[in-house]
Design a protein around this ligand. Sequence first.
Ligand code: IPE
Ligand code: IPE
Ligand code: MG
Length: 246
Amino acid sequence: MSSDLPTGFQTELLPVHVAIIMDGNGRWAKKRLMNRVKGHERGSETVRSVVRTTRKLGIPYLSLYAFSTENWERPKTEVATLMSLLRRFLASEREEMLGNNIRLNAIGELDRLPATVRSDLEAMMVETAGNNGMVLTLCLSYGSRDELTEAMRAVAIKVTQGLLDPASLSSDDIARHLYTADLPDPDLLIRTSGELRLSNFMLWQLAYTEFVFSPTLWPDFTKEEYLEILKMFQERDRRFGRVNDT
Ligand code: IPE
Ligand code: IPE
Ligand code: MG
């Protein structure tokens, strides 16, 4: 890996948590006069390569936005393809996850997923539960507003039960009720395909995240570009609202 790194890349200055909005599969296929399905197929190749690079670099958390709550509104055939590609991905990455100490995690309204997908996911999560080299979180049927609403509901219930005191409610209390309770906030968010929006992704968790928007369509996203983006992250001055006079 070290020989492939861009000049000036600092292996000790990496984000702890990288989150990616993987966008542009449909446009990639359209440009080639192919069905959108082809774009999703090629997109899953990119996922494989990004997971591998992230693991090799030693970045401990990678979260991938793979399917949003809004994506259920897409044509049935496209949704079905995405679900079967997901199963295929899980099957083909099994060895990779087990061999490289990767723990699989999934967040979102998982009970809306087809039973077959859910059982494959659950099996992989159980099988990789003891791994501690990297946490790979797939965001599936994920929507940040639903996540926040669900958290507020859980908090409200605890308040009515007398388990939480509203007067002392903290932002940590809210964070503990999100799907991401066990994850640190992302340090770096990458969105491909040139769209400059969050599309309902981790609205709470991205409060102080560094954003990089790339024009590249997801199937064309390479390891080289990923490394360049990580280098850009290293050059950012993260102030968190404070003054940095060093
Ligand atoms: C990202 O690519 C994959 C998912 C959202 C599931 P798209 O399918 O959104 O591709 P574009 O944005 O239409 O090009
Ligand atoms: C966001 O992409 C969701 C995922 C990448 C899974 P979309 O393609 O669904 O977002 P919009 O429609 O461009 O906002
Ligand atoms: Mg899109």
